[in-house]
Design a protein around this ligand. Structure first.
Ligand SMILES: Nc1ncnc2c1ncn2[C@@H]1O[C@H](COP(=O)(O)OP(=O)(O)O)[C@@H](O)[C@H]1O
Ligand SMILES: [Mg+2]
Length: 388
């Protein structure tokens, strides 16, 4: 009997260490992906419109060009063994250009589904996944109808390219609709019922080339001004809710034939109902804590998945927490790093441009603890100390 060549399994050829991984986007998630990939022996090429990007600073190759520059994208794809994303809101033409020259994981189909809220919600509803009542609206009349249908208060979101709550407005009464239509610049929108929230949780999961799935237990997320502020693991939800969230995540991954890391954001309503809020086709900020606290981080899972390697253990042996550090921390000058580092077991993650580039710095703190609450108190105390 002849042995198959080494490294060729049922799912195809493994992209082995030493290969070049292309990451689209230059932000913090790409930076953590690059740090991990390089630890594992890979080369990392990054493509973004920014120079000296957080990812570019730690990559082997930084390409600076527009996501509309199809020639630059093709050259980039030609120089790597597989392409993945840390930023998903790239034009679909960009993904098509990449797919012509290299394996792209997750696929353009998965990205396309998650890029536009109406498409994403239709995809979920068609598969029986519970979501808040919604309506798509491309005109002011449709927006009126949508608000009438889902009822007030309603959340109106621009359909495409939203993140960190940008392009989101609450219609407390139907009388608010016209002004919101103006505020969003007459763009296509979705109307969603405003959900009275008990909690928000996320499931970050990886699906490999062979269809294997590894999911972290749900994280619990708290937002401030619609931006993730803190995350804790594990979430304080019942085992039944955690199991349902994992099951929904599995359905989404399988239906999309997904390869890579995906996050499903959920609402837990005050009635205890689990609803999907949105899909994020990349590692997620709530998963930052996996970098220090999990057996296998979400970034390592992304490397493993897109390279056709077996997935690692998603176990998080001790409760953990993450606190975001946003640009406002730098408003009155450099934060007090020494004071935060006095919390000896709190890990600091920072990324941003070197001086002078105000407003372009971000980071987060992580810690493990006896309980999630204990870990949370630690990262919050360290974050407070930054302003002492
Ligand atoms: N329908 C809703 N009901 C209640 N809160 C909402 C609703 N939609 C969004 N939010 C709040 O705003 C946050 C950001 O909304 P999301 O749709 O996830 O946008 P983004 O793409 O900016 O992350 C959510 O995590 C939640 O806190
Ligand atoms: Mg969100």
């Amino acid at each position: 009997m002849t042995r198959p060549p080494r490294g060729v399994g049922a799912a195809g050829r493994v992209v082995p260490p030493g290969s070049a991984l292309g990451v689209i986007g230059g932000g913090q998630l790409g930076r953590m992906f690059a740090l991990t990939a390089r630890r594992m022996g890979y080369r990392v090429h990054t493509f973004s419109p920014e120079e000296d990007s957080p990812t570019g600073q730690v990559a082997d190759v930084e390409v600076t060009a527009s996501y509309e520059d199809l020639d630059a994208l093709k050259t980039f794809a030609g120089g790597v063994d597989v392409v993945t994303f840390e930023y998903e809101n790239v034009p679909i033409e960009a993904v098509d250009a990449l797919e012509a020259l290299a394996p792209v994981r997750p696929s353009g189909v998965a990205l396309h589904t998650a890029q536009q809220r109406a498409r994403e919600k239709t995809f979920l509803a068609d598969r029986g996944v519970p979501i808040a009542p919604f309506a798509g609206a491309a005109t002011l009349d449709e927006l009126w109808e949508g608000v009438a249908r889902v009822g007030t208060p309603a959340v109106i979101k621009t359909a495409a390219f939203g993140y960190d709550g940008k392009g989101q407005h609450i219609a407390a009464t139907p009388a608010d609709v016209e002004q919101i239509w103006t505020a969003i610049g007459h763009q296509e929108a979705v109307v969603e019922k405003y959900v009275s929230l008990q909690a928000e949780v996320s499931v970050v999961a990886a699906r490999g080339l062979d269809g294997g799935i590894a999911a972290y237990a749900p994280f619990e997320n708290r937002h401030r001004h619609n931006i993730l502020d803190v995350a804790t693991a594990p979430a304080a939800v019942t085992p039944a809710v955690a199991a349902q969230a994992a099951e929904i995540t599995r359905t989404v991954l399988d239906e999309l034939q997904y390869v890579g890391v995906l996050c499903v954001e959920f609402f837990v309503s005050t009635e205890g109902e689990l609803l999907v809020n949105e899909l994020v086709p990349r590692p997620h900020n709530s998963g930052h804590l996996t970098f220090d606290a999990a057996v296998t981080s979400q970034f390592e899972q992304q490397v493993r998945a897109v390279c056709g390697l077996p997935l690692g253990s998603p176990e998080i042996p001790r409760p953990a927490a993450m606190a975001n550090l946003l640009g406002e921390l730098w408003e009155d000058g450099e934060p007090n790093w020494a004071a935060a580092c006095r919390f000896a077991d709190v890990k600091l993650h920072l990324y941003g441009k070197t001086e002078p580039a105000p407003g372009r710095k971000m980071g987060h703190l992580t810690a493990v603890g006896r309980t999630a609450q204990d870990a949370l108190e630690r990262v919050i105390a360290a974050r407070d100390a930054l302003l002492i």
